[in-house]
Ligand binder design. Sequence first.
Ligand code: ATP
Ligand code: PRP
Length: 221
Amino acid sequence: MSPANILTLALSKGRIFEETLPLLEAAGVEVKDDPESSRKLILETSRPDLRIIIVRATDVPTYVQYGAADFGIAGRDVLYEHTASHPGGLYQPIDLNIARCRLCVAVREGFDYHAAVRQGSRLRVATKYIRAAREHFAEKGVHVDLIKLYGSMELAPLVGLADAIVDLVSTGNTLKANNLVAVEDVADISSRMIVNRAALKTRGLLLRPFLDAFSRASTEA
Ligand code: ATP
Ligand code: PRP
């Protein structure tokens, strides 16, 4: 648990940290270190009652679930996979509208995905997002063998590991650079504020002003 009068916010470095900075600013918080240049994992802020911990994006829900962080920010993609094994563990009050992208099915240019689906072929699909992919293809009645990867999904169809991938797409530049095309949308993705359920009860007075400020700032953005 965090020290009694200090709130701990879990963030991942990179886009979530960068896109959270304006929301922190709107809440009157300045972060004292830059996680890109500092090796520190616990960052102080201008507020003595708020510290930030830097963890992997996929680990944010785990820190919050177990109360090592009171609250955090995580993508809907990550939350969907996390809640598969921890249903109901996290309070997810606010869609912050940051880190927006789409979860898509993509294939090599020239691979006729829709024909393969029509013919009832069994497809090999590589992804980090096993739950989202399983549910997407089950809903469509498409038979798939899922292959779990932890990154660089775009490589899989190029070297024969998979027929398709389920991955995040924003500008489309990564797909284009690897001669892949998106053929289906799985979900719209943005990041949410997540809160530890016990912290909400025991530290509600400390937490509430931050939740309100983030909520206001994200709807104004
Ligand atoms: P990990 O380090 O745990 O493997 P990661 O490398 O996916 O995670 P980031 O790339 O920082 O971590 O992504 C964090 C979140 O940002 C993702 O969970 C997703 O919600 C969102 N995201 C990922 N890629 C994009 C993108 N290209 N554009 C916008 N948002 C994105
Ligand atoms: C994400 C995602 C895609 C890419 C899509 O990767 O996994 O590869 O963004 O974005 P685009 O459509 O704008 O090209 P990221 O940049 O986070 O790299 P990483 O997950 O390998 O760290």
